[in-house]
Design a protein around this ligand. Structure first.
Ligand SMILES: [Zn+2]
Length: 243
């Protein structure tokens, strides 16, 4: 049985969450209800740095733990999700597409250019640093949110390494967690990532893949159209390792 739950969100905002065209946005009330449900079931929220290095399972085996992650780096993570996290006494791990954060910081581009079904601005580096001071952790989600399997090896290395270097420059410490956009995580990407990061995270990774990759953490994707019952069902499937 899996006792570590890792949730994967994108945007938390009040856009109509029954709208199937915006499944990446979870309503703030649903987000809070999902966190409080886990807390009420005896799950303790943990930070990624509590997972240990390279073989996280040994650090948390047999304990009810959950980790909250976000992909991309949307501004509403700062404006909307952070106050809810603080109210619940929880932290989060946010994977940044660094071009989005960089452009948002210079005012060149504010809206998501990758997920065309939504148009939500990215946070800037000041907001990233404020969140970090409040205990939120950050990992890399590449430079440009690319489909990694479509890139040649030079571009691939740039996406994986330059995003890490830029984050380390901007934040002043090492960055040890990576998440591939679209769950696009072929062998070559894994090979490069594991040379430069401690752990990587995927949504709905195949169990056969995970068995041979102890440094890859499986996550549960939570979307705007998921009811609390669907959320509970996803937890159960994850717990039973059904994918
Ligand atoms: Zn993404």
């Amino acid at each position: 049985m899996n006792s570590l739950i890792v949730l994967a969100y994108h945007s938390i905002n009040e856009k109509p969450h029954s709208d199937q065209t915006a499944p990446l946005s979870v309503h703030p009330e649903d987000f809070e209800a999902q966190i409080r449900y886990l807390l009420s079931r005896g799950y303790r929220n943990i930070r990624a740095d509590e997972l240990g290095l390279k073989s996280p399972s040994s650090a948390i085996t047999g304990k009810r733990r959950f980790l909250i992650s976000f992909d991309d780096g949307y501004k509403d993570n700062y404006d909307v999700a952070l106050p809810i996290l603080e109210a619940c006494g929880c932290s989060a791990l946010i994977f940044l597409s660094t071009n989005g954060i960089e452009n948002s910081s210079t005012g060149e581009q504010r809206a998501d250019q990758y997920h065309t079904e939504i148009s939500i601005p990215y946070m800037n580096w000041d907001e990233v640093r404020i969140m970090e001071a409040k205990g939120v952790e950050f990992g890399s989600h590449t430079l440009s949110h690319a489909h990694l399997s479509s890139l040649n090896s030079d571009t691939l290395r740039q996406e994986i390494l330059q995003s890490k270097q830029l984050m380390e420059e901007r934040l002043g410490h090492s960055v040890e967690w990576f998440c591939a956009p679209y769950g696009d995580y072929p062998e070559i990407v894994y090979y490069i990532v594991r040379q430069h990061y401690q752990l990587s995270f995927l949504t709905y990774a195949y169990r056969s893949v995970l068995r041979s990759r102890p440094d890859v953490i499986s996550r549960i994707g939570v979307y705007g159209h998921n009811s609390l019952n669907t959320f509970k069902l996803k937890l159960l499937r994850d717990r039973l390792r059904i994918v």
